[in-house]
Design a binder for this molecule. Structure first.
Ligand code: HEC
Length: 165
């Protein structure tokens, strides 16, 4: 009898301590909504890589630019690295709209941005230019499903899916 009671007490204590430990992991702050991340992190980061290399042909002839100084290249690496890590932020619990498609689309952005980062490390301007389109495609693929080229449409999807950022 005594042993049985002891076991029950032990079991009850285990349940209680498990419940107390339930919220695990670091105290991540996810107050910034998907829209805030897009407007203030993802989009400015993408502009750093998209604007880094280009050619304009007009009446004055051809005007080509690409990163020249170490600072120029840091800006491209910074843009690419920010997009890689933004993918992790998009996959966080309060931001992910679902656990399959959204995750794959975030990963696609991270994959293209990783190639972009490698091109920037290799200081390969032609490749940075070519990969710009690949990055753009990954943005667009997610927007077609979750934002659909129209801010109001994006918000409608958000509120109909029952809240979240
Ligand atoms: C995993 C999905 C996903 C990916 C990948 C993604 N976006 Fe978005 N983006 C969204 C959603 C959803 C919205 C709409 C947010 C809202 O209005 O609530 C949005 C909105 C935006 C906006 C409008 C923000 C505003 O001020 O209303 C910009 C700009 C933007 N994204 C840029 C980008 C760029 C650039 C990339 C790629 C480098 C990218 N996004 C990749 C999901 C994504």
């Amino acid at each position: 009898m005594r042993t049985k009671l002891g076991l029950i007490v032990a079991a009850a204590t285990m349940v209680a301590s498990c419940a107390a430990d339930a919220p695990t992991g670091p105290p991540f702050r996810t107050d910034a909504t998907v829209q805030m991340l897009m407007a203030n992190m993802v989009d400015p980061a993408a502009d750093l890589v998209w604007d880094a290399v280009g050619t304009i042909v007009d009446a004055d002839g051809e005007n080509h630019w690409e990163p020249e100084t170490e600072e120029d290249w840091i800006a491209v690496r910074y843009g690419a690295m920010s997009m890689i890590e933004a993918g992790n932020l998009l996959m966080m619990e309060t931001r992910a709209r679902d656990q399959d498609q959204w995750i794959r689309l975030s990963e696609a952005m991270m994959d293209a941005s990783t190639l972009m980062f490698e091109a920037a490390e290799a200081e390969d301007a032609d490749r940075v230019f070519a990969l710009g389109e690949e990055v753009y495609t990954t943005c667009n693929n997610c927007h077609m499903l979750y934002w659909i080229d129209d801010a109001d449409r994006g918000r409608a999807i958000e509120s109909s899916s029952g809240g979240g950022p």
